[in-house]
Design a protein around this ligand. Sequence first.
Ligand SMILES: CCCCCC/C=C\CC(=O)SCCNC(=O)CCNC(=O)[C@H](O)C(C)(C)COP(=O)(O)OP(=O)(O)OC[C@H]1O[C@@H](n2cnc3c(N)ncnc32)[C@H](O)[C@@H]1OP(=O)(O)O
Length: 281
Amino acid sequence: MLRKIANPARLLTFQRTMASTASTGPLVRTELDSQTGYATVILNRAPVNSLSLEFMAEIIKTVDELERSKIRGMILTSPSSKVFCAGLDVLEMVNPSEDRLRSVWRNLQDTWAKLYGTSFPTVALINGHAPAGGCLLALTCEYRIMCSNFSIGLNETQLGLAVPPWLQKTMRNTVGSREAEIACIKGTMFSSEEALKIGLVDELAADKGEAMHKACNYLDTFKNMSPYARSATKLLLRNKKIEDMKRAREDDIDRVVKNVMNSDFQAGLAAYLQSLKDRKK
Ligand SMILES: CCCCCC/C=C\CC(=O)SCCNC(=O)CCNC(=O)[C@H](O)C(C)(C)COP(=O)(O)OP(=O)(O)OC[C@H]1O[C@@H](n2cnc3c(N)ncnc32)[C@H](O)[C@@H]1OP(=O)(O)O
């Protein structure tokens, strides 16, 4: 359920009233600029926007609502000064129940499909690190603007996870076959500057303010264009990839369940979690 709050200024704020888990406030906040029709979607699951089952369900619902609201563009970002999205909530993979794990992967697939197939233009404003599922969210957008001094990449293999075909394809479409193949297999994390060089992001910004300005500039390029022609062309380009994912989704989920339920994977994950904690010492 959306709550619409009219501000005296031109900014209308839509807020989801759903209770959040670890964050203060709603898991996803949407601010709509009533003059431009651009919605800023703020991922709000502290501390690192890791993608839990419920968080992904909220992202999916938000995109559905934005489609109904006929917005003119979306900017996806985070309130954190350090992390755009830390990827899947790794705790979802620690000795999970098979049913929950299946739902998690299904929601991850749906999150990708929803964001990838929006009728409106989308920009990822990457104002922090974006590993794995964080990079996935950025890749679903049409345009990526990244603040300097952060890292982004599909590091799944470093965690012992295979990168699924649909995500590999999205990476290939963005950076080309050769770069994508090496990056996916190695699980490379790129600095903002390296990401720009290989085309993983389109522009860099010194800070969030500059990134927001650049994001609006991208969306403005469609101001005088027929929304129908724009979105029809986008969906003709992207729909087949979404359909391919949906056709193969059960195999994809079976593969993940086998991967994650394996005792070697669980041992590797425990070591990975420990390494995250050790980094702080
Ligand atoms: C159908 C098949 C589909 C397959 C597609 C696969 C797609 C996605 C797979 C994934 O996304 S796996 C997840 C990969 N993510 C990571 O490897 C990120 C790990 N985290 C980090 O590198 C860092 O935390 C950070 C994001 C760079 C941020 O560093 P920072 O120093 O700012 O913060 P930390 O102190 O490290 O973290 C704070 C707090 O958050 C916890 N945390 C971090 N990342 C995650 C996460 N992904 N899930 C859950 N929790 C996470 C971290 O452990 C800290 O917790 P505390 O120690 O404070 O309790």
